[in-house]
Structures are given as structure tokens and as C-alpha cells.
Design a protein around this ligand. Structure first.
Ligand code: HQG
Length: 180
């Protein structure tokens, strides 16, 4: 499989496992899981055939580890990034003292006014490193990295979870916990 095709398959998986399972006639089970067999059958029905070996290759080669199998390797899910309402059934975790959020400068006025909101996703996504946050912010325009006082937030009762691929999730970040 060449890289171009891997990227096509990965984008298609993101679309259906994060945003539009119904477009393939799928429903995400609790945890965000679908069975691999149903996913592959649905993709084939929609003229996008992917073999099990190709799926394994895409999951293994994704630099951001966007997708994960369960321990039986019969279920698959997106590790984060969902816009459909989903309970990933992740346990609450104690965040590091500081986390980072990369965004575009044009969003700052609104962010200072109302804090970070999940917007179209099910949670606010936070990065463990400034570098990753910078890359995330660059996707939206002129990047800026905000620091999030995650330790203080946790002490105030805000819950955090960490996805299988190391992205920190929380439902909202009030502006008082943010700094530029
Ligand atoms: C911004 C990628 C105005 C927020 C990445 C962001 C990540 C506000 C944008 C994952 C706001 C939403 C998620 C407010 C937040 N007013 N703008 N109150 N609150 N925003 O794409 O965090 O490559 O939904 O700052 O690596 O950029 O897809 O979220 O700029 O982990 O695997 O609204 O997606 O992963 O944008 O990215 P997004 P995100 P993948």
C-alpha cells in the first residue's frame, strides 16, 4: 500500500469513526467502538473496499495513532477527535500541572471571552507538549499556543481524560485557567 492510499483510507476512517458513522450505516457502540467485520463490510458496500491487512497497516502506520483496536482486535475506534456524541469510557486521569492548546490568533478574542469550548467536537483537546500544540494550531491559521493550568483545574474539580494516543480531553476550559 503506498502512502497516498494509506492517507485516503485514514481520512475515510476518521470521517466515519469520528463524524459520520451513519453515512456507512454504522452506529458507534459505547466507547466509540464498531466491529471490524461490520466496518469492512460497510466500506465495501460503499465502493471503498479495504482488506483486513490494509486496515492493520493503516492503524499501525498512522503517526498520530488515530485509531485503536480493542485487545481482541475485533473492535476498532478513533481514539479522539469525535464530533458525534460519544462516551469513550476513559477513566479520569490526573493531568500534568500544565497542558497546552494550539489555536489560531483570530480565535483569541472569543477564547478570552468564553474560554475553550469543544466547538464541533465532544471535548476540548489539549496537548502534552508545546510543539504538538503549535502543529495543532497551525491547522487553523496563524498559530498561538495557550498554556492551560490543568493541575489547578483538576484541583477545582474539572475532570480530565487521556486518549489512547496521548491527547488530553476535558469538557471546557474557563478563561481564568488560560495564559498566552
Ligand atoms: C477553537 C487534530 C472560538 C479551538 C489535532 C480550535 C487535535 C474556539 C477550534 C484534534 C473557542 C476547534 C483537535 C472559543 C475553542 N471561541 N474558538 N470559545 N474554543 N476554539 O479542530 O483542538 O489530526 O475542533 O482553539 O491534533 O484544533 O484530526 O479542535 O482552534 O488533537 O487527528 O476552535 O484534531 O487531530 O478546532 O484539534 P478543532 P483542535 P487529528
Amino acid at each position: 500500500m503506498n502512502e497516498k492510499h494509506r492517507t485516503r483510507v485514514s481520512k475515510r476512517l476518521s470521517r466515519h469513526l469520528r463524524h459520520d458513522p451513519a453515512g456507512l450505516g454504522l452506529t458507534l457502540a459505547p466507547g466509540g467502538w464498531v466491529t471490524v467485520a461490520e466496518l469492512l463490510a460497510a466500506l465495501a458496500r460503499h465502493r471503498f473496499p479495504v482488506s483486513r491487512a490494509e486496515l492493520d497497516e493503516v492503524v499501525a502506520n498512522c503517526a498520530k495513532q488515530r485509531f485503536a483496536f480493542d485487545e481482541t482486535r475485533t473492535l476498532i475506534r478513533a481514539s479522539q477527535g469525535h464530533s458525534v456524541s460519544v462516551d469513550l469510557e476513559l477513566s479520569d486521569a490526573v493531568p500534568p500541572e500544565i497542558l497546552f492548546h494550539g489555536t489560531a490568533t483570530r480565535f483569541l478574542p472569543s477564547i478570552w471571552a468564553e474560554g475553550l469550548r469543544p466547538m464541533k467536537r465532544h471535548a476540548v483537546h489539549l496537548s502534552a507538549t508545546r510543539e504538538t500544540a503549535w502543529k495543532v494550531g497551525s491547522r487553523h491559521g496563524k498559530p498561538v499556543v495557550l498554556t492551560v493550568a490543568a493541575g489547578e483545574m483538576a484541583a477545582c474539580g474539572h475532570a480530565f481524560q487521556v486518549s489512547d494516543n496521548g491527547v488530553w480531553l476535558t469538557s471546557a476550559v474557563p478563561a481564568e485557567f488560560l495564559a498566552e
